[in-house]
Write a protein that binds this ligand. Structure first.
Ligand code: FMN
Length: 315
């Protein structure tokens, strides 16, 4: 998720689940072509397994980006065919590409040929008036034939004209039934359901038929709600689920590396404030952390103090 699932947030989530597949923000192939690659691609090895999500509509540029993803040691590349923002539409990629399955197929083919990394696609169930089940079926069939290995389906259509991106994540109704029908009709395809999954129970329910689930906003806004993912979804050993203080402590060595390389603490700390919610003193703790981490010279010791405070409260 743009501006949210950056490397710092992914380090936080990795303290909560060792096994969940994490995705980058969308990185535009054109931007990668023109440079600033380290800033766009660098990540910490502890974030793996990690998917690089790409935006674009040019097979050659996407192939080049895929080669970079492989050189950077990502685990998978995912093509964004779901974003409805005006800026992305102007670039003629994102959700509007659902109107041109052949072009997306050429992109997927070029990406698949460019490296050994699996190529996957994130898309909607339809756009504008092109929202019939038949069109959805033809879309995934075309891309599967081109080499797409998994589909992350945001189970609502997008209105490219008339709704803004935020409305396009809430207004069109969720249609899990259509994604489920897709799985029934194409059992050989690997389908990952996305959209409106609020908690582990929601995910478990849909995993009865879906090959995977993808969680966006609920993971960002309530990271600790997912601390049973490894045990309940991946069948990992029954360790105690991590607490807020454990998660925060886990981030400190990374923060030390980041800050000693000249990075500021705030880009890391801004994600951590969501760790504590719904308990007395939460607001006070968040405010204190925000104030202490915002300063130019703030360093990992701020996180040390914040985690001590949590430990003292048994959190
Ligand atoms: C702030 C924000 C940024 C997003 N950026 C991206 C993005 O870069 N790539 C993408 O595929 N989806 C992006 N999305 C959409 C989410 O990945 C997801 O499909 C959508 O929010 C529905 O899932 P959810 O209900 O679990 O959040 C973004 C969503 C939000 C709220």
């Amino acid at each position: 998720m743009l501006d949210y699932t950056d490397r710092h947030f992914r380090v936080l989530m990795r303290q909560i689940s060792r096994h969940a597949l994490l995705y980058s923000e969308m990185v535009v192939a054109q931007a990668l072509h023109h440079g600033r690659r380290e800033r766009l691609l660098d990540f910490d090895p502890l974030e793996k397994p990690l998917v690089l999500q790409l935006g674009g509509d040019d097979p050659q540029l996407l192939a080049e980006s895929t080669r970079l993803a492989a050189a950077w040691n990502y685990d998978e590349v995912n093509l964004n065919v779901g974003c409805p923002s005006a800026k992305v539409q102007q670039g003629r990629f994102g959700a509007c590409l659902m109107a041109d399955p052949e072009r997306v197929a050429r992109c997927v083919e070029a990406m698949a040929a460019a490296s050994p990394l699996p190529v996957t696609v994130k898309h909607r169930i339809g756009i504008d008036e092109r929202d019939s089940y038949g069109e959805l079926l033809a879309f995934v069939d075309t891309l599967a034939a081109a080499g797409a290995q998994r589909f992350s389906v945001h189970a609502r259509k997008a209105w490219l004209e008339g709704l803004d991106p935020k409305q396009n994540r809430t207004v069109p109704p969720l249609r899990y039934d259509l994604v489920q029908a897709l799985k029934q009709d194409r059992p050989q395809l690997r389908l990952e359901l996305n959209g409106g999954l609020e908690n582990l129970q929601d995910c478990q329910q849909q995993l009865a038929w879906a090959d995977g689930v993808m969680v966006g906003r609920a993971a960002y806004n309530h990271p600790l709600h997912w601390n049973l993912v490894d045990r309940e979804i991946f069948g990992a050993r029954a360790d105690d689920p991590p607490k807020a203080s454990t998660v925060l402590r886990g981030v400190i060595p990374y923060a030390e590396r980041w800050c000693s390389a000249g990075g500021r603490l705030w880009p890391i700390a801004r994600h951590l404030v969501h760790l504590v919610e719904g308990v007395s003193g939460a607001r006070h703790w968040r405010r204190q952390l925000g104030e202490a981490a915002g300063g130019r010279t703030a360093g990992p010791e701020v996180l040390e103090r914040a985690s001590q405070q949590l430990e003292e409260q048994g959190l």
